[in-house]
Design a protein around this ligand. Structure first.
Ligand SMILES: Cc1cc2nc3c(=O)[nH]c(=O)nc-3n(C[C@H](O)[C@H](O)[C@H](O)COP(=O)(O)O)c2cc1C
Length: 274
């Protein structure tokens, strides 16, 4: 079966699919012909779905991306710029959580949205580890504290730079500054040698954080946790990621204890116009 099947009755030969194809394999040979993909070019398709999604006439079918999987855009649900501004500016790092688990179904829905983040070459390399058991989260947080104690004893510059003495003192005072007593932690991991993985994991986690809010959830980057997972063998063993994978980011998630009423300012962008 050909990669693209074009309905020659509805295709308007407008060249839009040709213009948006990221690898330039959708060709319009003449103004009268319908677009085609040469057999030898099919392997260059990155299955991004742009050709199917952009066609205003629904004239294209892709062999891999089934039409029913390319959902129609519901424009009436899209926010105006003011709504988008509120949405983006009201996102907050949440550091106080209800001690209430989040259903796996809800976390799965949020992760499904996170999978729509961009990835280099559309490789979609991100895999997820969800620590759903809150007692397990606390055991892992204790390992991060062990790592910090180790670095403090070694007088490692990272310990000073990250104020680890204060984080450990807080832990000993029953205040969890590692996972903020969140019920769940989500780790984004991927093949360590995949050059697209760091950006893909970061972007997917950002999508995850943004997608959490409308579900009534809050999230926060778990930077200490991720650093320990990168450097501390006992935590690496406990996470037991697939062979060849490494963590590229982690996030705590749960129901926020408090609601924010205002949106704090941030630095104005520093722009060098050329
Ligand atoms: C890579 C990264 C790591 C972070 N690690 C932590 C962390 O370990 N603990 C924490 O409480 N917040 C962490 N944060 C959250 C930042 O402190 C937070 O984004 C910043 O203070 C701005 O607040 P806002 O996210 O509410 O706008 C991290 C953020 C990023 C981007």
């Amino acid at each position: 079966m050909a990669l693209l099947v074009i309905n020659s009755d509805t295709c308007k030969r407008d060249g839009i699919c040709t213009a948006v194809c990221p690898t330039g394999i959708v060709r319009l040979e003449s103004p009268e012909s319908v677009p085609t993909v040469a057999a030898e070019d099919e392997a260059f398709c990155i299955q991004c779905g742009h050709c199917v999604s952009v066609c205003p006439h629904g004239a294209l079918a892709h062999a891999v991306l089934k039409p029913e999987e390319c959902l129609p855009l519901q424009k009436e649900l899209l926010s105006d710029p003011a709504g988008v501004e509120q949405f983006l500016r009201s996102r907050r790092s949440i550091r106080a959580y209800k001690q209430e688990p989040v259903d796996r179904d809800i976390l799965s829905a949020v992760l499904r949205l996170a999978s729509h983040a961009p990835s280099g070459h559309n490789l979609q390399p991100v895999r997820w580890l969800v620590i759903h058991d809150s007692a397990h989260v606390q055991r892992l947080a204790a390992m991060v504290i062990d790592w910090m104690r180790h670095l403090i004893a070694e007088k490692a510059p990272m310990a000073t730079m990250m104020h680890m003495d204060r984080v450990v003192a807080a832990w000993e005072d029953d205040w969890d500054r590692i996972c903020r007593s969140a019920p769940h932690v989500i780790v984004a991991h991927a093949e360590k040698d995949n050059p697209t993985a760091p950006a893909a994991c970061t972007l997917a986690l950002s999508y995850l954080e943004l997608a959490a809010g409308p579900h009534g959830l809050g999230a926060c980057w778990a930077g200490y946790f991720n650093a320990a997972a990168t450097f501390w063998p006992p935590l690496q063993s406990a996470l037991n990621l697939p062979e060849g994978h490494t963590n590229f980011g982690a996030m705590m998630i749960g129901y926020p204890k408090f609601k924010y009423q205002r949106m704090p300012p941030r630095h104005a962008p520093i722009i060098d116009w050329r």
